[in-house]
Design a binder for this molecule. Sequence first.
Ligand SMILES: [Zn+2]
Ligand SMILES: [Zn+2]
Length: 186
Amino acid sequence: MKIHLEGLLQEKDANRSFDVSLKLPDLTWQEEPISFIKPLSVSGLIVNRGDVLDLNADVKGNVSLQCGSCLESYEQPLDFSFDTRLMKSSVESISDESDWDEDSGDVFLFEGNNVDLTQIVKEFILLELPMLRRCKEDCKGLCSDCGTNLNHRTCKCFHTEDDDSDHVDERLKVLKDFFTTESEEV
Ligand SMILES: [Zn+2]
Ligand SMILES: [Zn+2]
């Protein structure tokens, strides 16, 4: 999604507001799938500050993430703002003494008269993602033995001989005691 900058680049202090629907491509980050089911709403303002353009934007929408515990995908709402700076990649007036560091992530470069919002928004979304991605706070995860998603059903991995399902409650109690005992020993 490109924003046209014609008319803005020539005039210091000129500004341009935008309000777009941005469809981001699905991606893999830290080996987990991240997908965008619906386009995100991105609105903001670009202001010409001379050597650089200031960009501030609000991002709203949903992102589909993978729960790190049960591995199922879940939707996480996004609603955040960011500020950054844009610089034309061919600006030659930027000397070596310049404070601008193109590699610092401080500044996004653009070419010609367009700036591509896709890459910029993507980078800020990655910064916004929770470190610990969980479908819900009390996600029970997967059974480490049989892989059953314990949010949906229980499995019988901790139960030995007795398969009589009438005794579930009693067996859960045994399980609870087992964990209590174990944690006290540690
Ligand atoms: Zn989960
Ligand atoms: Zn199991």
